[in-house]
Design a protein around this ligand. Structure first.
Ligand SMILES: Cc1ncc(C[n+]2csc(CCO)c2C)c(N)n1
Length: 229
């Protein structure tokens, strides 16, 4: 390794360390706390679920873009795995969760996209379009890895997983081993890409993308909290 190449490991931790206020505003948003103690108004959660359905569709498109941006078959197949997981598994899980909250598939399909959903998803897609695979994965990382941290934090709160908390299914899903493993793999992907010739000059640019994505995640919670369209 030459002196001007930063080591790959722990890129995600370094981004979080440099973006603390934005990260904290996202993972500790009032919407999140309201899920933990069960006080979040249920109409806020329903609004969030509908917008998250639209969000996941664009998220799938971002993984499709990651296939295109892959530099070899290994990277392309890895992104294909993420795309298939969303289209074949996550979307069905989400539609099932929505059904439990009284939201029909037709309702989801007809919903108008809120501005916060548009802003966040298009920012991620645009970052990936103009940049390389590392830019795209950094833009995706607050979403993929952030939800694992939120799930873990909430599950550790007393009573969060009790029968009486209407949000226990959501919390258990993200705190569960399957999702924690998805987040661990996303960290590994970042480290692998960063180890592949990332220069020190690159870090501030990636940090800008990371901070922006954290702010847009916080805006997504805010949209749910205020029922904004
Ligand atoms: C606004 C918002 N941010 C993050 C996630 C979490 N998430 C996004 S895609 C996906 C599947 C990864 O394979 C998961 C778990 C979400 N649902 N909504």
């Amino acid at each position: 390794m030459t002196a001007d190449i930063l080591p790959g490991p722990d890129l995600f931790d370094r981004l979080v360390a440099e973006a603390r206020p934005d990260w904290a505003a996202y993972v500790d948003h009032a919407f999140v706390r309201g899920m933990g103690d069960g006080t979040l108004p249920q109409e806020c959660f329903r609004h969030y679920l509908v917008q998250d359905y639209l969000f996941l569709i664009h998220f799938a498109r971002a993984y499709a873009l990651a296939i295109y941006k892959g530099r070899d078959l290994r990277e392309m197949r890895s992104a294909l795995g993420g795309l298939k997981a969303i289209l074949d598994v996550e979307m069905d899980l989400h539609v099932g969760l929505c059904a439990g909250w009284g939201l029909s598939a037709a309702e989801l399909e007809q919903a108008a996209e809120a501005k916060a959903t548009m802003a966040y998803t298009r920012y991620v897609l645009e970052t990936g379009l103009r940049g390389d695979l590392l830019d795209l994965h950094v833009a995706l990382s607050p979403c993929v890895i952030g939800y694992a941290e939120i799930g873990r934090r909430l599950a550790a709160l007393p009573g969060a997983l009790d029968e009486s908390n209407p949000y226990r299914v959501w919390i258990a899903e993200y705190a569960g081993d399957t999702y924690q493993e998805v987040a661990r793999a996303a960290r590994e992907t970042l480290d692998r890409l960063a180890a592949d010739g990332m220069t020190p000059a690159r870090f501030p640019k990636l940090l800008t993308v990371f901070r922006q994505a954290c702010r847009l995640e916080a805006d997504f919670w805010e949209m749910g909290t205020t029922l904004a369209g």
